[in-house]
Design a protein around this ligand. Structure first.
Ligand code: 9WO
Length: 253
């Protein structure tokens, strides 16, 4: 069982993960546990304040360190009681390192993760320095808070859990097509409004189909995300497939 604890002032948002799809099934099957902690429940003042004005002035509010620390401590304590030796604390943040499959794989090795999702203009930096192990960004854009990014991270981690509906494909991605874009997919009908399915896919020739798919994955990655293709690292067979794709492309133009 993998343990996720999320620190958030909007705990209901996390229901998007627990109520739907593969992640819901994995939760029902006991593959992971998810608990939310609301910093408001760890305030001591009558107004249950979790934010205050920024030192130095300027617009907006900053999340105070103390309610966040108390929430994180409670979450860590729960994880230790559940058998997690050293829970990792991850802050979702636009200033963090980019979330990649590599980072997902690394975090998959952890028994438990405490995820901090911030709101307002940001959180007190002293809290980050004191107890955050890793800052992670899901991309170079600003969301209204860390909850959606936290759900993206949880989804990535859950679909890799052994026994999740996706773990077979996930293992496949690691060994076979790591770092490549997917090939195109087709389903019935065979003729859809005059558009046909590539002939090889209805040929029944499984070796030819596997070869075509690999070629499409290589070719599309080269066209759309050249940054992901390190031609030097491709096998001889992959290089040949990519050459074929390119010359077919050149002819069709
Ligand atoms: C707002 C902003 C406005 C103009 C120029 C730069 C800016 N940066 C931010 C900003 O970082 N806002 C944060 C939004 C403040 C804290 C709550 N927010 C947030 C975003 N928490 N976590 C994310 C996030 C985004 C992407 N990946 C991981 C986390």
């Amino acid at each position: 069982m993998k343990h996720f604890d999320v620190i958030t002032i909007f705990p209901e948002m996390l229901q998007a993960v627990t109520h739907h799809g593969i992640t819901r099934r994995a939760l029902e099957d006991g593959l992971f546990g998810l608990k939310t902690w609301d910093p408001r429940d760890f305030t001591v003042d009558a107004y249950r304040r979790v934010d205050d004005r920024p030192y130095g002035g300027g617009p907006g509010m900053v999340m105070m360190a103390e309610p966040l620390l108390a929430s994180i401590e409670a979450a860590r304590q729960r994880q230790r009681e559940a058998g997690v030796a050293r829970p990792k604390v991850v802050l979702m943040s636009p200033q963090g390192e980019r979330l990649t499959e590599r980072a997902v794989r690394e975090l998959s090795a952890e028994e438990g993760v405490v995820i901090v999702a911030g709101r307002y203009e940001g959180i007190d930096e002293r809290l980050v320095e004191k107890c955050v192990d890793r800052e992670i960004s899901i991309g170079d854009y600003v969301t209204s808070g860390g909850e959606l990014p936290a759900m993206v991270l949880i989804d990535c981690l859950v679909r890799r859990l052994p026994g999740s509906l996706n773990d077979a494909r996930s293992a496949c991605e690691d060994s076979f097509s790591a770092g490549l874009l997917d090939w195109p997919h087709y389903t019935r009908p065979e003729d859809w409004r005059g558009a046909a399915v590539p002939e090889v896919l209805v040929s029944g020739n499984h070796a030819a189909i596997a070869r075509w798919r690999r070629k499409q994955a290589l070719g599309r990655t080269w066209e759309r995300r050249p940054d992901l293709v390190d031609e030097a690292a491709l096998s001889k067979e992959d290089l040949k497939l990519l050459q074929e794709y390119r010359s077919e492309r050149a002819k069709s133009k």
